[in-house]
Design a protein around this ligand. Sequence first.
Ligand code: GDP
Ligand code: MG
Length: 658
Amino acid sequence: MRKTIGIFAHVDAGKTTFSEQILYHAGVIRGQGPGNQPGAWLDTHALEQQRGITIFAEEAYFHWQDDIYYLIDTPGHVDFSGETQRIIGVLDYAILLVSGTAGVQAHTTTLFRLLQDQGVPTFIFVNKRDLATFQLPRVLGEIRDRLTADSLYLAGPTALLQPPEEVAEFVAERDEEFLLAYLEGEDTPELLRRHLIDLIKQRKCFPVTSGSALRDLGVKEFLDLFSLLTVTEYQVAADEPSFVGRVYKIRHEPDGNRLVFLKALAGTLQVRDEFRFDAEGQVVVEKVNTLRVYNGARYETRQRAVAGDVIAVTGLKTPVCGTVLTTDQIITPTQESSPLVPALRARVILQDDTPVDQCLQRLRLLSDEDPMLAVTFQEESGEILVSVMGRIQLEVLEEVIASRFGMAVTFGPPQVQYRETIAASVVGFGHFEPLRHYAEVQLRLEPNPRGKGITFASECHVDDLPLNYQRLIRSHVFDKTHRGVLTGAPLTDVNIVLQAGLAHEKHTAGGDFREATHRAIRQGLEKAESILLEPYYRFQIYVDEADLGRVIADIQRLQGTFDPPIHQGKTLYLEGRGPVATFMDYSVELVSFTKGRGSITCVFDGYEPCHNPEEVIASIGYDKDRDTANPSSSVFCAKGTSFIVPWYEAEKYMHTLK
Ligand code: GDP
Ligand code: MG
């Protein structure tokens, strides 16, 4: 069986040590025992070795029992979660490492939620058992309270040979078929194992074991247990006639060679197979040059890959992260929308004489690899802006740019990225009819649930507007970032419903529906009640009792909210939410007044109505009427002359309303 696994952990929980210990047992790393030099194998990037954290995901390949394993290492810091999330999408199983001394931390909870959101069955390994400060009962309690009530502690593979009563009870409580056998006294260990496999797959059971990655305690036992309790079904999928694979990562070799990493989901892929892509209406054909299976920085080439394999492909220029590749149809390489949105934006300040366009080109290479790092160039000011999740990503980015390109840059102060949405449904109209052109569009804008982004639907019958025009309107809804009217921030969380549209037999030309669609959205926004949104963090704070009063006062001052504090020994634990704008610098403040005894972890947690909209709107000073790139007016034609009608009068002229 082929199994793709990912290991997840809060920084410092021991992910690198654990991964290497596994590779050591599997015979991938020979000679030296692990622990001598943690990170030497998987953390190939010099910067990671220097910082001792894993920033870039790498893959490893090994055999255990009769199975082939692909291990994809994930970035440890939350600022790099874009990549983590794409990797989660291709995993069969996940292993979540929890430090047996630090316990379940804010980031552990975030990772567990990401895994659950994408339906990945998860095993938990409680690490650092060798330390005197290791506290299994406390950590198991935290796992139950903060992660899942369906966790099941298994001491090792022996727990499957002679299952303790509580294991059988756990399964019987969750599985009716097993319950019957259990009540009849017919529950063999093999039956129990089969039902456990199912429960784990359905995420009704999360096996927990413990050990020490550094001292090699319980790691081999974990592997044995894992291999007994996991199954995949790729053998069947491998026989399918056409190939399907999902791209989860893009990399560039120093010579510029583009590597497309993918997980094969069905069929077979061979060297010289071709993919066809739709690149803005043109079909481009790209051929697979080589197939590689990576182990750390090294790779082996293959002639073919089958369902279940994790491979890097060279020769493909068009696919992006998230693209599903298939050999039996033309592929549209669209980006998947991600719920993790970069919350901050900073200006790039060049510190050497690198030309701006070369700098831009290099940054675009990085954002091809990590779409969470958005790079924009502002024509007017000649500035390059990068969007990131948090401050640490900027620091790391500075070092990556220096070591990879030998280019010195710094960043201006990070600015919060606002969004806009609407409070209630509204209908927008757009008409575009300069001489010998024609298109009219009527769209209803409805508020979407928070975090859903822009969606599109059509209520328009194909007899009233042919399907090709409807598709065109849909594509124009998504072909640009629509600007809100309050601050010019990107519009989000709006469902755009096509109610009606009109084309002209002779005069409707290429860009006409584009104009009409964009104007209709903008006209709707002019009429709507707009809401300014700002990014929020979810935070987890640990402080001593003596500092609690100050922390609570600070949270209130920073417009945050929090749940009742929980005692954990002498330390208090607080969880809450607050605006990125006010909390982005709080960790420095907290660490300083608690003299290092307090800590805060912040994770991006979606957008909420802004806490100080008037202030923000005034400081941005956006003038919607002067934003000529985003008109809300319509263009009509009478007696051979075209004329512009402002948004507030446009409806009187619309043809769909006649
Ligand atoms: P990562 O940040 O999650 O990749 O963690 P690392 O594998 O780099 O480990 C972080 C630190 O914890 C290193 O100093 C390791 O030597 C140490 N460490 C990892 N596993 C264990 C363990 O089982 N016991 C002890 N005592 N230390 C460990
Ligand atoms: Mg690491």
